[in-house]
Design a protein around this ligand. Structure first.
Ligand code: SAM
Length: 275
């Protein structure tokens, strides 16, 4: 009774691993997001297997059926349409349920679009954050981006054809036109393109040829470069709150005391806020 979490290719079918092939050959059942799509991959690999549909919208209820099968002694592999299951794909509820029921969960690692893009981006890769897809609605997307303005780690986003330009417009408005972005398109596929530009130039480049806006995308965005005059968001909040009740000089002095900062720097910053 083991659940195998098996990564599959994100484009080029040769990127399947030997362990993935052997595991998919040997399990009793393969749980897949889209059984038709996965059927084609299995056909390509010459694997005849029983498929079981597990989507985002039925995962919680279907997980119980799979848990019962695992408890009955079956071995099961989980695959998604592309890349690593659970990374913006179904699987979380099933893996959690297995862990809660002391059922072994074994990873069979392989492709993941985020890590593949990061590995060629040329942006700092020692610390990074994965944000997946930004919200679809414009206000929610802008709010999410606003929270990342001071993020110093490299940021990884997924994006689809129909929202790419809106997302880049929002990034330009919120991060500034100079923000460096690496756009990784159609990784491992025929039209693979990896281009690094500042966001305003990237928007112009994508508008030069509308075909460039089509495909699957990872956006790797450089983290915020801290300068000596940078003020952290929580410091700004405190200063603003105190300023509502006190003169700026006093508010800056108290905020400086709380965070161990220079009061003159905060006073000067406060002046820009009141402007
Ligand atoms: N589980 C997958 C993984 O491990 O990367 C991600 C699945 S998510 C539903 C699909 C998104 O991943 C796409 O919209 C795109 O942003 C990104 N993606 C998947 N394959 C890609 C590829 N070949 N090139 C660029 N981005 C890709």
């Amino acid at each position: 009774m083991t659940l195998y979490i098996v990564a599959t290719p994100i484009g080029n079918l040769d990127d399947i691993t030997l362990r993935a092939i052997n595991t998919l050959k040997n399990v009793d059942l393969i749980a897949a997001e889209d059984t038709r799509h996965s059927g084609l991959l299995l056909q390509h690999l010459g694997i005849k297997a029983k498929l079981f549909a597990l989507h985002d919208h039925n995962e919680q209820e279907k997980s119980q059926i799979l848990i019962d099968k695992l408890k009955a002694g079956l071995s099961i592999a989980l695959i998604s349409d592309a890349g690593t299951p659970l990374i913006n794909d179904p699987g979380y509820h099933l893996v959690k349920a297995c862990r809660d029921n002391q059922i072994d969960v074994v990873p069979i690692p392989g492709a993941c679009a985020a890590i593949t893009a990061l590995s060629v981006a040329g942006l700092p890769s020692d610390k990074f954050i994965y944000e997946g897809f930004l919200p679809a609605k414009s206000k929610a997307r802008q709010d999410s981006l606003a929270k990342l303005v001071h993020e110093t780690r490299t940021m990884i986003f997924y994006e689809s054809t129909h929202r790419l330009m809106d997302t880049l417009d929002d990034m330009q408005a919120i991060f500034g036109a100079d923000k460096q972005i690496v756009l990784a398109k159609e990784l491992t596929k025929t039209w693979e393109t990896i281009i690094n530009l500042c966001v305003s130039d990237l928007i112009a480049w994508l508008n030069e040829d509308l075909n460039r806006q089509k495909g699957e995308f990872v956006l790797i965005v450089e983290g915020h470069n801290k300068t000596e005059n940078d003020v952290e968001p929580e410091v700004i909040n405190t200063l603003k709150l105190l300023q509502q009740e006190l003169p700026l000089k006093k508010a800056a002095a108290i905020t400086a005391e709380i965070y161990g900062l220079k009061k003159n720097q905060l006073y000067q910053f406060g002046l820009t806020l009141t402007k």
